[in-house]
Design a protein around this ligand. Sequence first.
Ligand code: DX5
Ligand code: ZN
Length: 236
Amino acid sequence: MAKGFTLAPSILSADFLHLEDAIQAAEKGGADWIHIDVMDGHFVPNITMGPVIVKAVRRATRLPLDVHLMIETPQRYLEDFAVAGADSLTVHVEATTDLEQVTQAIRDLGLRAGVAINPGTPIGRVKKALERIDLLLVMTVNPGFSEQTFMPGPLQEVEQLRELKLQRRTKALIQVDGGIDARTAPLAAQAGAEIFVAASAIFKHKEGIAAGIEAIRGSLATLETQGAPLADPADT
Ligand code: DX5
Ligand code: ZN
């Protein structure tokens, strides 16, 4: 998409029997990154995929692979995901007691480091990490499943994080994930979001994957020309 806003389709809603086709359709349709939701059945009630899938997806696309770790003790698995081909690894602040060490370990592996917060988690818990991370993922649903209803409450956190970014002149990009579609993406963008993750709105769009991407991109187009984004991920 036109640079500024980044669109990251989440394969959680893709047809896993035809995953390569789905990823290539997303790439052709203008996806910027591919988002991969890793769930362990402990941090969240669902179990999804691990490094084996990341490794397979790596062979299907040249797009950056944005791996969202909804798992406990994520530090145990960072290297496995790096070897599998991840470009960014995002860990939940609620899932680790040593955010500094984990984010540094991700950077030491040569990857973008992200920190995610669930709805209701105070942003105070990520403030200290802000200077040394690349991505700040604000969940707009409680993590665990796709096709949930967008929660507007966390947009207040997005606004506060945008202010903090400006104050501290940090480059961490604000990402939103959960219930993002052509209606909710502009709301998140107005609050300060720069990266948009969407699973069902893209992979289950009734007119196909490219149409799902186009719908979200179109909904952001006016905001994009107004210069809403704060940074281009290509600069990071
Ligand atoms: C939720 C995952 C999301 C999810 C989004 O726990 O982190 O990435 O796949 O799904 P949609 O876009 O359908 O809400
Ligand atoms: Zn996700």
